[in-house]
Design a protein around this ligand. Sequence first.
Ligand SMILES: Nc1ncnc2c1ncn2[C@@H]1O[C@H](COP(=O)(O)OP(=O)(O)OP(=O)(O)O)[C@@H](O)[C@H]1O
Length: 295
Amino acid sequence: MTETAPPPFPVQHAGAHDDPPTIPLPPVPGTAPEPGRALSGLETRDVTAWFGQRKVLERVSFAMRAGEITALIGPSGCGKSTYLRILNRMHEMVRGAALAGEVLLEGEDVYAPGRRPAEVRRRIGMVFQRPNPFPAMSLYDNVVSGLKLAGIKATREERDHLVESSLRQAGLWNEVSNRLGTPGGALSGGQQQRLCIARSLAVAPEILLMDEPCSALDPTSTRRIEETIAELRHRVTIVIVTHNMQQAQRVSQSCAFFLASHDTPGRIVESGPTERLFTDPADQRTADYVNGRFG
Ligand SMILES: Nc1ncnc2c1ncn2[C@@H]1O[C@H](COP(=O)(O)OP(=O)(O)OP(=O)(O)O)[C@@H](O)[C@H]1O
């Protein structure tokens, strides 16, 4: 526990925001950006985070480059998930959570006064550790479910197109195209996770955050998700938290190593191209971690 008190401007918890029912529409209810379209980058400046009085991250400044897959690695409890959730304003959904610093999406602070969390979360989507499709809802409705939440109106034809393109991008179309009416809960774990990816892609996010997306999956499903992630790189900027060092090496171009101790909040010890971090780390702690000597 650190002694510095949180700022007098804690992030408001969920419910404090009175979001209007709709947000501005993206240009066309379509899919994630087509290859060749400019991709967005994300940057944090001096991000410090608290849960109550406890500071869990300190002055994290880091840029996640457009069109890259960035892996966040580090031992359990060092603040990777908290950092990820700060990026799309999910941290503030925890009562007592507080935050200082800036998160810049294409240079604009997502925490600027007047910016709506729902709009930020549409542009910065998230896939969680455990696949969480709506189990009783059809595959089709699962994919389009985010549209309603985001206030995006689409015709039936547009929705049909969206469902197919999102499922194709998530690498699931060939397996489910002839049974779109079956419930989400009827799929295997790996398929459910790809359904969740398709659901996230349907609202055309610029950034996709993934919090250990394979940790609940078997090796074959993990491979399949990794292939999907690699294919998505040209359409959406991806930030992935993983405990799996091989996975970080296989999928990411850039990497950040987080570390905390019982009396020190989480910080980035070292970041850079993934290959360099794994083969020629500058910091001994990075070398120890990536070689499995702790964590
Ligand atoms: N909702 C919460 N309330 C209070 N403390 C929390 C909460 N969520 C996380 N923490 C604390 O914040 C610190 C960072 O947690 P976080 O989950 O971000 O770490 P992590 O690196 O993602 O860990 P793991 O790899 O185990 O998922 C930990 O000490 C954790 O106990």
